[in-house]
Design a protein around this ligand. Structure first.
Ligand SMILES: Cc1cc2nc3c(=O)[nH]c(=O)nc-3n(C[C@H](O)[C@H](O)[C@H](O)COP(=O)(O)OP(=O)(O)OC[C@H]3O[C@@H](n4cnc5c(N)ncnc54)[C@H](O)[C@@H]3O)c2cc1C
Ligand code: FES
Length: 511
């Protein structure tokens, strides 16, 4: 996505602004030659970079300055003020940089600076001659890009069971499903990107087995691909319903672009949808299908949506938002049967449905790793550098269970940004960098126009503190474990979310 069409506001920096308007450690939004520019001061240094995030056009001026970087308020990407480089996912592209001049008590933004090539550090030790990445999702794509960005010149092969090149999976249950996002938002990269970067992408290429001592993977078509280093980034697969009628053609799941497209086609001819599972995916799907005008019922075994992850206050808020948009909930119950006309609940109640979507969770795709003899326990076990129990084989994304320094435990999460950042770290470690993965987990979820941002990781908690009002959709909810703030969820308070992330970066379980 680009900044084209973005409304310009603030001063015209080419005309200069008084130096006193930009205090140390602050930012100012303005423009130069028709483009939105963010001006930021750090001591004597003044920087001018593009003001619009390259992921989904987030307003960087409403983000957080940290040293010589700025973090985006929407999904926590991070850009260098010095080079414009995207230092942290989910942004993959840099923002522009402008030359700045200080003269006569004023700051002027001059012409755009030429982009410096990203810093390339030679691989440490002997670099692998060939790297194979299994999986063309968030982690796999980020790893492939990072290898080239780091100057790796060897062979990169990405083997993906998907039939589409890497795409923006989170959007599949949001604007894309609601019919509000054009198709060209979905691919992460233009069609010729991988060719230009000499990244060999093989689609519809399912890896059937790994031979760690033989340094090769075997595909389901019988062919073999050799590797010196391997990244496993196979993501997760949906849990399927075992209810009577679960195999009927109007029962859908949502993981891939194909799934989303099939659901869109089905929604065009449907009127009554029952979503089984009040999960993030189930609820986002409910919201998108309401936006398409379908009548939506959601069935879940719990008392309120997402309570196990977000607690009662945000659970009630999410329930209220959906109800205000016309969703009908059926809680404390399950679906016992599906037929061509309805979904039957445990109570015997029948809810009319010509479309059924199940969002009852996912399981990590660990089969390949297990069969190859790698250590697996609710995910592929990796060390701090994301290397598995087999030397030279790394894992990242939804399948990886890593030692998280913030909780002091091994954790596995299913978050887009974590998968991308792990892909980036694993790529550097395949080049011998030995960089520990220590990012604070972050995810977001979107329900109509309300976004929940979550930093940290709390599978359970002793105490929850709510600041502000969940009912008014303006709050920060902190989850404490033995008085340690383990996670913070925010609504309408993006800056609090960024600040909580920053604080947690310095908090380690041992501290
Ligand atoms: C609809 C939807 C909405 C979401 N929304 C959000 C959100 O709002 N915020 C958030 O933080 N997270 C969200 N997520 C979760 C997020 O998308 C995942 O955490 C992330 O995609 C994980 O990245 P990954 O690279 O580990 O796996 P994936 O992106 O799932 O990629 C796995 C890849 O591996 C391939 N693969 C699997 N097995 C094989 C094999 N044997 N051989 C070859 N290839 C194989 C698959 O085809 C795929 O290309 C959402 C997920 C879905 C499905
Ligand atoms: S728009 Fe900036 S990180 Fe999402």
């Amino acid at each position: 996505m680009t900044a084209e069409g973005a409304q310009l506001s603030g001063p015209d920096f080419t005309q200069g602004i008084e130096t006193s308007r930009l205090a140390d450690g602050t930012m100012l939004l303005g423009y130069a030659n028709g483009e939105a520019v963010l001006l930021a001061r750090r001591g004597a240094d003044v920087f001018a970079i593009g003001a619009i995030c390259t992921y989904y056009n987030g307003p960087l001026a409403e983000g957080l300055l940290v040293d010589d970087t700025v973090r985006c308020p929407w999904h926590h990407a991070c850009f260098s003020l010095r080079t414009g480089e995207a230092l942290r996912a989910p942004a993959l592209n840099p923002v522009a940089c402008w030359k700045v001049e200080q003269a006569g008590g004023k700051i002027f933004v001059r012409e755009k600076a030429k982009r410096a090539a990203p810093e390339q550090r030679p691989p440490t030790g002997s670099a692998p001659r060939s790297i194979v990445i299994v999986g063309g999702g968030a982690a796999g794509n980020a790893a492939a890009e990072t290898l080239r960005r780091e100057g790796y010149a060897g062979s990169i092969t990405m083997l993906s069971a998907d039939d589409a090149a890497p795409y923006d999976r989170p959007n599949l249950s949001k604007d894309y499903l609601a019919g509000k996002a054009p198709e060209d938002w979905i691919p992460l990269r233009p069609a010729d990107f991988y060719k230009k970067k000499e990244i060999g992408v093989r689609l519809d290429a399912r890896v059937a087995s790994i031979d760690p001592p033989g340094r090769a993977v075997a595909l389901s078509d019988g062919s073999r691909v050799a590797f010196d280093a391997l990244l496993l980034a196979t993501g997760a697969r949906v849990v399927r319903l075992d209810t009577t009628g679960a195999d009927l053609p109007h029962v859908h799941y949502l993981r891939s672009l194909d799934d989303s497209n099939a659901l869109i086609t089905a929604a065009e001819n449907a009127q009554h949808v029952v979503v089984i599972g009040a999960s993030f995916i189930g609820l986002e799907t409910a919201a998108a299908l309401r936006e398409r005008g379908l009548k939506v019922h959601v069935v879940g075994p719990q008392a309120r949506p997402l309570e196990r992850v977000l607690g009662p206050a945000l659970g009630d808020m999410i329930k209220a938002i959906h109800e205000q948009h016309g969703v009908v909930f059926h809680f404390n119950t399950t679906a016992t049967a599906i037929d061509g006309a309805a979904v039957t609940l445990k109570s015997g109640e029948r809810i009319a449905a010509d479309l059924v979507v199940a969002g009852i969770g996912v399981r990590p795709e660990t089969g390949l790793a297990e069969r190859a003899g790698l250590e697996v326990d609710n995910g592929v076990l990796v060390d701090a550098c994301l290397e598995t129990s087999a030397r030279g084989i790394f894992a990242a994304g939804d399948i990886a269970r890593w030692p998280d320094p913030h909780t002091g435990k091994r954790i596995r999460v299913e978050h887009w940004v974590v998968a991308e950042r792990q892909g980036q770290t694993a790529a550097r470690n395949m080049l011998g960098r030995r960089e520990a993965f220590d990012a604070v987990p972050f995810f977001w979820s979107q329900h109509y126009d309300v976004q929940v941002n979550y930093v940290g990781h709390a599978e359970d908690w002793d105490r929850i503190a709510v600041e502000g009002s969940a009912a008014e959709r303006n709050c920060a909810v902190s989850y404490f474990q033995a008085e340690r703030k383990a996670a913070v969820a925010t609504v309408g308070r993006d800056i609090d979310s960024l600040q909580a992330e920053l604080e947690m970066e310095f908090s380690h379980a041992s501290a």
